[in-house]
Design a protein around this ligand. Structure first.
Ligand code: G3I
Length: 357
């Protein structure tokens, strides 16, 4: 077995037969207890997050609001009943970890990671290099290329090194492309140049050679200029032997922006053919209040979860939040699989139908 954290993340590639058998037996042994616990949640769905790992399915993950999760209430119970992996929504972004130029503040992120380890939940680190949520001191400063490059190297090395062995995967570069497929203008692209992407991946690999390293991006779910540009970028990184392991398809969708199953399978297979893991990393589906909206939403979730299940390279299916009570889109858009009250929506049944045994 390559790395313990992958077990918690439900990796489908790295477990041998004996290990799977042990996991399955352990899973059965704890099942009764966990079912009792899950029975106390608000969803009324009798499925268990460990079953997915035992059945060799993609792991189910969700972005979490740490302030809610740390309280021992229904939000935490609902999460623990159904998910084996979490992505911190904000606590590992640069504005949170680097509030001043002189040091790093790991307190919140450390608490979150300790909680996850205690509860056998894998943590997907999000995100090392992005154009948003940057500290003011960094964006306001006039940088030379060597100085910014040196800072970014120091930052990535310190953060990935700090969590080595506890955070098994990272969104190293988030959203590097524009809608047309050009390099997205950002402080990184402007001052360091396009190769900040390759540099960042190399520095992250240097700090934790076992971590799975992702490029994470939205609007890749259908063939088009952005999806094609991402393919070329990843192909080039692979050709240059830059350590990139995975692409995260964010999948922020709606009835207006949704792939067909065939479109999604086409793009996912192309990335997988490069030898990459291809996860769904931030799915949500914003809908209105018209009749049939939740059924339509469930169909979109089923399409994406089904494409993930059918592709061996798709190892994790993560939604950006899990209850409509807590979403960057606002509760009114009802984008997530559980209602604001914690009841399972048609979307959850669609996901469970595809991804849980
Ligand atoms: O922490 C401050 C708080 O101190 C302040 O009082 C408050 C006032 O507005 O703002 C708080 O920061 C907010 C932060 O979320 C934490 O709640 C920011 O204003 C707000 O902009 C930020 O939004 C986040 C957004 O990224 C920023 O771009 C969302 O929570 C988060 O869900 C969203 O996540 C992104 C992924 O990282 C990348 N992919 C797209 C996805 C959705 O936009």
């Amino acid at each position: 077995m390559a790395r313990a954290p992958d077990i918690r993340g439900g990796s489908r590639w790295r477990l041998g037969g004996l290990e799977l058998a042990i996991l399955f037996t352990l899973g059965l042994a704890v099942l009764v207890g966990v079912r009792e616990f899950a029975g106390g949640d608000d969803s009324g769905v009798g499925v268990d997050r460990r079953e997915a790992a035992a059945a060799n399915r993609p792991a189910l993950g969700a972005a979490v609001d740490w302030d809610r999760l740390r309280g021992a209430g229904s939000y935490q119970r609902l999460f623990l009943a159904h998910y084996s992996s979490l992505t911190p929504e904000n606590e590992m972004k640069m504005d949170a970890l680097a509030p001043t130029p002189d040091g790093l503040d790991f307190r919140e992120a450390d608490e979150l990671v300790a909680w996850a380890i205690d509860h056998e939940v894998a943590v997907h680190g999000h995100t090392l290099v992005w154009h948003r949520q940057l500290p003011g001191w960094l964006t306001e400063r006039r940088w030379t290329r060597p100085a910014l490059r040196a800072y970014l190297k120091r930052y990535i090395t310190a953060v990935v090194g700090h969590f080595r062995g506890r955070v098994a995967s990272w969104d190293v570069v988030n959203e590097p492309l524009t809608g047309g497929g050009a390099p997205r203008p950002s402080i990184w692209e402007r001052v360091i140049g396009e190769d900040y992407v390759a540099d960042s991946l190399r520095w992250a690999h240097g700090a934790d050679p076992h971590a799975q390293l992702y490029v994470n991006e939205f609007d890749l779910e259908r063939p088009g200029p952005k999806s094609a540009a991402m393919y070329r970028l990843l192909r080039e990184l692979r050709r240059r032997q830059v350590p990139v392991d995975a692409i995260g398809l964010q999948a922020h969708l709606s009835p207006r922006w949704r792939p067909t199953g065939r479109e999604l399978r086409t793009v996912m297979r192309r990335y997988a053919d490069l030898g990459l893991r291809v996860d769904i990393s931030e799915m949500d589906v914003a809908v209105g209040h018209e009749r049939g909206a939740l059924a339509e939403q469930a169909r979109i979730y089923r399409t994406v979860a089904g494409a993930c299940r059918r592709l061996a390279a798709c190892e994790r299916f993560t939604t950006w939040g899990f209850t409509d009570a807590s979403t960057w889109l606002g509760s009114d858009r009802r984008p997530l699989p559980f209602s604001a009250g914690g009841a399972a929506k048609p979307a959850w049944h669609a996901i469970a139908g595809e991804l849980l045994p």
